[in-house]
Ligand binder design. Structure first.
Ligand SMILES: C[S@@+](CC[C@H](N)C(=O)[O-])C[C@H]1O[C@@H](n2cnc3c(N)ncnc32)[C@H](O)[C@@H]1O
Length: 254
């Protein structure tokens, strides 16, 4: 049986922003799918998260992963890198990982894909645009397609104000989610027709913990990037992080 570390190791050479903790959670969420719907990913970049979802799916029910991305990057990527086209590298990485039989690429914007997508969704991972209005559009476009008992996951919910607000209002304070949890910058919850009052209390307690966690994460990020951003500190941090993947343009954070 596959151990949890092997899929994580498999994506170490694929550029992306997902850290190992987040990768393990995505893998587990995909593995837990029962096959009652498909898996959707909004924002694939070069396939790092797609491959982890693929490993999880293959270790579980084998549900297809619909990977939605125009592959032209986000505004922050284009600002930093100029013209962006990630589809060729995405395809190469998916094939090299042996995931081309479960991954269905959709080279289009989230909103356009949502208009025509008609399959029930058991798990959706949202990591496209990160401004409030955009994340809210993603949430509202895809929420109705998620089955009862299905899971919505958001990346960068600690560091991006817009994502944090959408998960606070849309998941933690909602009557349609239970078991809302967070890990590193991921926030996820299970969709239900109506949660119970006890589940609402639990979600509110988790919201307090999440907001404290998000505040600490932002303070640490500022400490590292604004005050410790010189060569010796960077070398020390790299050493402390140990094997952690070299992540592309982490300062962009999307
Ligand atoms: C942060 S990257 C995704 C990283 C990826 N999930 C990973 O873990 O490696 C954000 C991606 O969102 C894509 N994107 C930008 N606008 C989008 C939109 N409207 N719909 C879907 N994807 C979008 C960009 O092309 C970019 O590849």
């Amino acid at each position: 049986m596959k151990t949890i570390d092997s899929p994580i190791e498999a994506v170490q050479t694929v550029e992306g922003w997902l850290n190992n903790t987040e990768g393990k959670v995505l893998f587990q969420l995909a593995r837990n799918c029962k096959g009652r719907g498909v898996i959707v990913e909004i924002g694939s970049w070069k396939g790092r998260s797609t491959i982890l979802l693929g490993h999880g799916s293959k270790a579980g029910s084998g549900a297809k992963i619909h990977a939605v991305d125009p592959h032209t990057g986000s505004p922050q990527h284009r600002e930093a890198m100029g013209e962006v086209w990630t589809f060729n590298e995405f395809q190469r990485n998916i094939k090299a990982a042996g995931m081309d039989d479960v991954v269905v690429p959709h080279v289009e914007f989230s909103e356009a894909a949502a208009r025509t997508f008609s399959e029930p969704i058991e798990l959706i991972f949202i990591d496209g645009l990160h401004e409030y209005e955009d994340v809210k559009i993603d949430f509202e476009a895809w929420f109705p397609k998620v089955i009862e008992g299905g899971t919505m996951v958001f990346h960068d919910s600690t560091c991006w104000d817009g994502v944090r607000k959408v998960v606070s209002d849309g998941l933690f304070k909602s009557k349609h989610f239970r078991k809302v949890r967070f890990a590193s910058s991921l926030t996820y919850g299970q969709k239900v027709a109506h949660n119970t009052w006890l589940e609402r209390v639990e979600n509110r307690v988790m919201l307090c913990a999440f907001l404290a966690h998000a505040l600490i994460a932002r303070l640490l990020w500022r400490l590292v990037h604004d005050y410790l951003d010189f060569p010796i500190a960077r070398a020390l941090i790299r050493r402390l992080k140990g094997k952690r993947v070299p992540q592309v343009q982490p300062s962009i954070g999307v």
